[in-house]
Write a protein that binds this ligand. Sequence first.
Ligand SMILES: [Zn+2]
Length: 428
Amino acid sequence: MDILLKNAVIVTQNNAREIFNGDIFINGNKIERIGKDLNEKVEEKMNCKGKLIFPGLINTHTHIVMTLFRGYAEGMQLHEWLAQKIWPAEAKLKSDDIYYGAMLGIAEMIQSGTTSFNEMYPFGLEKIAEAVKDGGIRASIGLGMLDKVPGHSTKDELKTNNAFIFSIKNNKSRVKASVCCHAPYTCSSELILKSKEYANKKNLQFHIHASETRKEVFDILKEKGKRPFEYLNSLKVLDEKTVLAHSVYVSKREIALAGKTKVNISHNPISNMKLAGGGVCPISEFARAGANVTLGTDGAASNNSLNMIETIKIATILQKNQYWDPRIISNQQILDFATINGARALGINAGSIAQGKLADLVIIDLNSPNMVPCHDAIANLIYAMNPSNISDVIVDGNFVMKERAIIAFDEEKILEKVSEVAKNVVSR
Ligand SMILES: [Zn+2]
């Protein structure tokens, strides 16, 4: 569809990080022109006076089906939480449950300004991919392989992974495949090594949890004689196409290594704090070292939302407080983490409003009490905005939300279905 968005405040996130009043012309799924007084003949013209447009937010680490377990297992330590509640409940999921759990997550993401997400899940990927297709959003999806847990073998995990990747025929469409290993403590060296080799061969992104808790860092150190980043580097995992989720407990040497290899870091502050990991991912140090810092929510079972707007604010204030320094990270840097850096981590041509970029945009109403006055548009986006300010969302050149209502699918039907499914899932 051709769309002309007129008279908006545009936070471009382009190379010069320009903010100006103007128009955006979308042709097909790409942004074709940005400027003043554009007059292209289009199918849809929208007057955006009083509105602000920014690039869609990019959530670089989640497990979308876990929306079904929102509020299900509260007040537990990560390792007990996984072993006693989450993994047993997940083992009972059926394919319809996976589809509706994913659709619920997509509805929540669209309404909170996310246009792309990076998914890792241990099964049911075909159903997640189907939900992404139906939901109108963009995603990178991978099988969270693990072989140090009973019932999972290296060979079978790789076989399922390869079959899924083969099923995603067009890796340039909204649904992309990635290669995922769950974590260094749940995967053998052989599995990590072979998976990364496969990702390189297929030119796909690689995604793994790393250094989320102090316990896992010391377990790996004991077993491998190396800290997790050093261990992963010895398996040739650290590079520009790998996303390391969490990265909380890291040494100065590991931060330097992340900078040198330009690996992508996904900081998930809400999940980390809710599971009481105790540490804070040093995003300001990672960024200074040269790593590509991005933000994620993690699953809704440990967050309990998929709201990136909330994540942006919490990541910022947590970092400032941790270092006793409000200058440690700038507002512009944080917005970069959630947009342009996220796009780089996922290997997608998005994250900024510039000619030739994918048309993934969020339109907000500036005429709301929490957004007035607007002395500093970026400060308002980071600290004052909430999902109720979002009026429209465009993904891949199509409106998925219009005038505050999702139009890509029937949201009411999804909510109704999910209430039924979620009740069944935890009572099986
Ligand atoms: Zn996770």
